[in-house]
Design a protein around this ligand. Sequence first.
Ligand code: 5GP
Length: 189
Amino acid sequence: MSKGKCIIFSAPSGSGKTTLVKHLLDQNDLNLAFSISATTRKKREGETEGVDYLFKTILEFQNLITNKELLEFEEVYENVFYGTLKREAEELLKTRNVIFDIDVHGGLKLKQYFKSKAISVFVKPPSVDELQRRLISRNKDTIESIQTRVLKAHKEISKGTDFDKIIVNDNLDTARLKAFNVVKKFILQ
Ligand code: 5GP
């Protein structure tokens, strides 16, 4: 029987979700472990296999689907797949609380799967213009990829109300504190 709880963080790309997730992972008293997803996207500079993601070919990813090794998966961008590994999550949940950094559709699917064992948190950018500005300034993505992410953000923001909690990431310090309080309260419940 697994002991841990599931913390699901979803947001449009560039909302600061990953920064908040990393902050939470640094808080020892939350006993959080990161669920490492599988993806077919190319490794970015500074990323490490098995730490940020498990990087897969399309064929390898198809095998994960066929063998039912994923709790959920999404084609987050055209031809770019991301998925949550079932065994990885189950193993971590035996001893830790697990945090998932995952897209909006995947986040809602995981909440349906884990039900009351999970809290789903939507990180909302102050505006789509601000989101675009952040994506440009972090300088990680091509212009085409930024345009795709901005278009997608409009649709994703409309799904925010389906989540248990919404955190507006206007000011990073305030958002960090809110995120910590939301997670701490859920874990202690
Ligand atoms: P990035 O390419 O910027 O690392 O991630 C793109 C999007 O895919 C982010 O919103 C990220 O949270 C999401 N993502 C990462 N892992 C998973 C996963 O396992 N499943 C789903 N559905 N989305 C994921």
